[in-house]
Design a protein. Structure first.
Length: 662
C-alpha cells in the first residue's frame, strides 16, 4: 500500500500540534516530561523528519530531483561537477558530512519513546505509536546511510551525548564501515517490525519502504566492499587508517564473508518489495502526474498543493515547458547506452541504427525510454500554443535544444530532459508546478535483486530473470536479455560502468548495470552507483560530450524550419548565431574539437576545459579540519593526530589541502 507525502507535512503537523519544542534540537534544559507522551506528539515529531527525503524543492528554480544526476556522467549542468576536477576538492575548515544533528533528533525520539511504549505510558493508539517509533528507526538508518555513502567509517551513536569535551571525544570514535552498514540494517529491521503497511495517515512511510532502503544499503555495502577490496577504503585493507587507532586494535574482518552477508541481505529485502509491487504500465506517468495514488509501483511519493497557504509547489515543469532547458542535459554516453528496441546494442544493429546526425536518427528504433526521457523535435511542451511569449523556441512544441540560453534555461548538451514533463498549461511555463515527486518505487527493488543475485552467484535465478523481463516488457522492449548479452562488445561501449577499477566486468553484469542506468535515469542514483562499483578510475582527461551538433543539427539554429506538427513557427523561431570556441562571444565548442557539443570547451578558462580527471581518494570525502581540532586528546592541543577521529585515506588533517596525487 503506497503512500504520499505532502511536502510541508513537517511544517503543517507542527502548526497543528502547537509544539514549539519540535522546532529546535532536543536539549537537556527542555522539560521533556511534557513532550512525546501522546500519539499526536509522536506523529508531529516524526513528520518533521520527512523533510530529509527527496523532493522538488519549493522556491528552488531548477528541475528538482531530475537535476541530481548533473553530478555524474549521465547529465551535465552549465558548470562542471567539481568532484571530477583536479584541484577543486579540498579539506574544509568546518562543516561537511561529519554532522550529527539529524541523528541526534532520531536518537532523542527513540530513547524517549521506546521505554514509554514498552511501559504502556503513551496516550493514543498503540499500533500507531509503534508505527511512529518505526519511522524514527527508519530515519536514523536513512541518515546513517548518507554517512556511509560519504565517509564510510563513522561513529555509531545510539544515545544523546552529553555536552562536554570528554563525552564528545569518546563518541567521535569511528567504527569500520561494515559495522556501520550492519547497524543500518539492524535499524531497518526494527523499522520493518514496528511500522505497518497501513500507516496511521495517508502521508506516511510503510514497512516495505524499510525493506527497499535495506536492499539499497546492503547492495551498496556489498558491492563497495567487493570492488574496493584490497584498498585503504575498506576496513582491514592495506593502509586502512583505522588500523592506527588503539580503540580498533582488536578489529578483524572476513571481507568475503561480509560481502556475501550484505549481498544476501540485499536479495532478501529486495524480493519482499519486488514480489508485492507490480510495475505500472505507463512509465512517463510515474514522473509527470499530480497524483501517484493509483500506481502500485510507487511505495512513497511527495504531493504538492497550490491551494495551501503558503502554497507548496515547485518549478520543474515550468522549466521543461518553457524550452526543455533547466540547466541540464543528457550526455552522449547516456544516450548511447540505450539499446535498440529489439535488444541489440547500437553497434550490433547494422543498418537499423541510423546514427546520431539528427534527433530522428538517434531515436529511430531505440528503447522507448529514450524518448520518454529525452525531448525530441515535435514533442509538445504545453497544450496552450497561445503562450508563445513564455516559450523561448516554438509555439508549444520542442524544436531545438536551447544550448546558448542563460544557464537556468539552457540545455547544456543538446539532449534535453523530458522526464517529468507535464503538458498541461496549468503546470507552466511561467506558473509553479504541482506534479508529484517519486521517493521510492518498486523498479529499484527489481534491479537491486538482479544485481545482488548475479554478484553472488555469477548467474541469474528465476526471480532475476522474471524481474528483468518485467522491466523490459513495461518499457516496450524485447525481453530477451540474453540476446543483448550475446551481442555486447565492451570494447565498443563508452559507459564508465563497463569497468570496476581497471578491469572490464563481464557482459551480463554490465548489462544489468546498463538496465539500471536507463531505468533510473535522472533519478539521482548514478554517482552512488559509480562510486560503489569503483567505476570512476577510467575518468581521465574525460570530455563530457553532448549531441552531434556539427553534422546536421547546427542547421536548426542557422535556418530554422517554418513549421512542425502543423504548427507555424515563423514568428517564434529566430536565427541563433552559433559562435565557435576561440571567437568573440563564443557559445558552443569548435568544429575542430569534433562533431559533438563539448559544453566545457567553450571558454578556455573553464575548470574542466581539459576534461574530468578522477582521483581515487575522492571515492570517500574528507573530514573537515575543525572536527579534529575540537577532539584532541588534550583540549586545545595542536596535536590533531591525537583525535580519535582519523582522516579518510589520501586526505590530510590540514585546511584547504588537496588529496594525494594533486
Amino acid at each position: 500500500m503506497k503512500k504520499n507525502i505532502l511536502f510541508a507535512i513537517g511544517m503543517t503537523a507542527l502548526a497543528c500540534s502547537c509544539n514549539d519544542f519540535l522546532d529546535r534540537e532536543p536539549m537537556d534544559a527542555v522539560p521533556v516530561e511534557k513532550y512525546l507522551l501522546s500519539e499526536n506528539d509522536l506523529a508531529a515529531y516524526t513528520a518533521n523528519l520527512y523533510n530529509s527525503l527527496p523532493s522538488h524543492k519549493p522556491g528552488v528554480y531548477d528541475i528538482g530531483v531530475f537535476a541530481t544526476d548533473n553530478n555524474s556522467d549521465n547529465q551535465a549542468a552549465s558548470n562542471p561537477e567539481k568532484l571530477f576536477v583536479k584541484g577543486e576538492n579540498r579539506v574544509a575548515q568546518s562543516g561537511g558530512a561529519w554532522n550529527f544533528s539529524e541523528i541526534r533528533s532520531a536518537n532523542y525520539f527513540i530513547n524517549r519513546v521506546r521505554p514509554l511504549l514498552e511501559a504502556g505510558e503513551l496516550g493514543g493508539n498503540e499500533a500507531n505509536n509503534k508505527h511512529y517509533l518505526g519511522e524514527a528507526y527508519f530515519f536514523r538508518a536513512f541518515y546513517y546511510a548518507n554517512k556511509l555513502d560519504s565517509l564510510g567509517d563513522f561513529p555509531i551513536i545510539k544515545t544523546t551525548i552529553a555536552d562536554n569535551y570528554e563525552a564528545v571525544k569518546q563518541a567521535s570514535q569511528r567504527r569500520p564501515r561494515n559495522e556501520v552498514a550492519r547497524f543500518i540494517i539492524e535499524d531497518l529491521d526494527s523499522a520493518y517490525y514496528f511500522m505497518s503497511n497501513t500507516p496511521p495517515a495517508s502521508n506516511r512511510l510503510t514497512k516495505d519502504c524499510a525493506a527497499l532502503l535495506k536492499s539499497r544499503v546492503a547492495l551498496f555495502e556489498g558491492t563497495w566492499e567487493k570492488y574496493h577490496k584490497g584498498t585503504a577504503r575498506v576496513p582491514g585493507g592495506p593502509g586502512w587508517p583505522g588500523a592506527q587507532k588503539d580503540y580498533l586494535k582488536n578489529f578483524t574482518i572476513d571481507i568475503d564473508a561480509e560481502i556475501s552477508y550484505f549481498l544476501n541481505e540485499a536479495k532478501k529485502a529486495a524480493q519482499i518489495v519486488a514480489d508485492n509491487y507490480p510495475l505500472y504500465n505507463d512509465y512517463p506517468a510515474l514522473f509527470n502526474s499530480n497524483s501517484l495514488s493509483s500506481m502500485p509501483e510507487v511505495l512513497l511519493w511527495r504531493a504538492y498543493d497550490a491551494n495551501l497557504t503558503p502554497a507548496v509547489n515547485h518549478f520543474v515543469v515550468g522549466y521543461l515547458q518553457r524550452n526543455g532547458g533547466g540547466n541540464s542535459g543528457y550526455t552522449r554516453s547516456m544516450i548511447n547506452t540505450y539499446l535498440m528496441q529489439n535488444g541489440l546494442p547500437i553497434y550490433a544493429a547494422g543498418t537499423d541504427y541510423k546514427g546520431d546526425r539528427t534527433y530522428q536518427d538517434v531515436a529511430e528504433g531505440r528503447d522507448p525510454r529514450l524518448t520518454y526521457n529525452t525531448l525530441m523535435p515535435g514533442d509538445m511542451l504545453t497544450e496552450k500554443a497561445a503562450m508563445t511569449e513564455a516559450i523561448i523556441d516554438g509555439a508549444g512544441y520542442y524544436y531545438r535544444a536551447p544550448i546558448t540560453e542563460m544557464a537556468e534555461n539552457r540545455s547544456t548538451t543538446g539532449y534535453s530532459i523530458k522526464k517529468g514533463l507535464n503538458t498541461e498549461p496549468s503546470q507552466g511555463p511561467t506558473l509553479p508546478s504541482t506534479t508529484a515527486c517519486v521517493i521510492f518505487r518498486a523498479a529499484e527493488a527489481y534491479l537491486n535483486y538482479m544485481e545482488a543475485d548475479y554478484e553472488l552467484n555469477h548467474s541469474l535465478d528465476a526471480k532475476s530473470k522474471g524481474y528483468w523481463e518485467a522491466i523490459r516488457r513495461r518499457a516496450g522492449m524485447d525481453t530477451d536479455y540474453e540476446k543483448t548479452n550475446r551481442n555486447t562488445d565492451l570494447t565498443k561501449e563508452i559507459d564508465l560502468a563497463r569497468y570496476s577499477g581497471n578491469n572490464l566486468v563481464d557482459v551480463t553484469l554490465y548489462n544489468i548495470r546498463r538496465e539500471r542506468r536507463v531505468e533510473l535515469a535522472a533519478e539521482g542514483f548514478r554517482l552512488r552507483d559509480l562510486r560503489r562499483w569503483c567505476a570512476l578510475d577510467k575518468m581521465q582527461n574525460y570530455q563530457v560530450e553532448g549531441f552531434n551538433l556539427w553534422a546536421e543539427n547546427y542547421k536548426r539554429y542557422a535556418t530554422p524550419d517554418a513549421g512542425i506538427n502543423g504548427q507555424n513557427f515563423d514568428k517564434a523561431l529566430t536565427v541563433i548565431d552559433l559562435k565557435e570556441a576561440g571567437t568573440e562571444g563564443a557559445n558552443v565548442s569548435a568544429k575542430s574539437d569534433g562533431d559533438y557539443l563539448l559544453p566545457y570547451r567553450v571558454i578556455s578558462s573553464n575548470i574542466a576545459y581539459n576534461g574530468y580527471n578522477w582521483n581515487p581518494n575522492r571515492y570517500l570525502f574528507p573530514i573537515a579540519f575543525d572536527h579534529f581540532r575540537l577532539t584532541t586528546e588534550v583540549e586545545g592541543s595542536g596535536d590533531y593526530t591525537s583525535s580519535p577521529i582519523y582522516q579518510n585515506p589520501g586526505w590530510k588533517i590540514e585546511t584547504n589541502s588537496l588529496p594525494e596525487g594533486e
